[in-house]
Design a protein around this ligand. Sequence first.
Ligand SMILES: C[S@@+](CC[C@H](N)C(=O)[O-])C[C@H]1O[C@@H](n2cnc3c(N)ncnc32)[C@H](O)[C@@H]1O
Length: 311
Amino acid sequence: MVTEVAQFLQPKPGMTLLDMTLGMGGHARHLIEAGAFVVGIDRDESALERAAHRLAPYEGSFRLIWGQMSQADELLAAEGIKGVDGCLIDAGLSMDQLLDEARGLSVHSRESLDMRLDRSDPDAVTGYDVVNGYLEKDLVRVFSVVGRKREARRVAHWIVRTRDRRPIQTAAELAELIAAHIVRGKYTRPIDAAPYLMAVRIETNDELTELTAGIEMGCSLLLPTSTATIVTLTWHSAEHRVSKHTLRRLAHPCTCPPALPCVCGKTPTIRVLTPKLLYPSEEEVHSNPAARSARLNAAVKLSPADRQAQK
Ligand SMILES: C[S@@+](CC[C@H](N)C(=O)[O-])C[C@H]1O[C@@H](n2cnc3c(N)ncnc32)[C@H](O)[C@@H]1O
């Protein structure tokens, strides 16, 4: 949804845009080519290295920073940047990360069940820890992201029964085990277990908490110019919900009962530009089927005058 992202962010010379999930730098490149200076953040050091290589022809038009989007204020402050004219969050993981066998993110991976996007801390929780260490009730909670309660209970039960005999070592092993038990008495394909592997990945990287904090952080870093915009691209229903609810909460922060005058003093900082999530066009899905799950949300920062008028 490169075109839609550009329609909302309106990149041009003189603008500083923050890409909080740089990945391979695909979106960043388009923003740079339109004339903007891009600050790119990613929690995966190897993604930054690859993006730096891809963006090398645009030297001087970008700055890349390793870290999490929830820490963007500190990361930008260290660079002397106080605010930005626009912000992009393209949540989740890149195709590169998914296809990297060693990360254990795909149902075909026969290497370690790591699943971390940031592998710099040897003590950080891995997918292996979640699958082999969590209590059964916590596995049910993790799998509830997939949205099928009864199935989630059955999958958690079989994981616990299996690991009691031997630990589950790889993503492929996990996918085969889940495929054998998602539907009672019927073996489905390992690929059908992909949403459950995604749920383990989301838990391992605390992705939904990070997404919430990243959106809040992005909104707070937007300069109060009435044009500074945040755009989110999300890829599955749990991310869509987080994006929609977080932006709505920032646009309607008052917690007082609707029938009473406001005493909480919380005023909106943004206005949502997309009352409904935007879908990719049919042409885009046709030429890039992976884009079919993407949904776009956007909101604009309110200027002090806008905020005054809303009181
Ligand atoms: C979907 S990819 C982004 C693709 C990118 N827009 C492009 O065009 O190449 C998501 C990226 O966000 C990174 N990421 C995920 N969660 C993050 C977080 N909390 N903070 C920073 N980066 C994060 C992942 O490591 C991954 O590289």
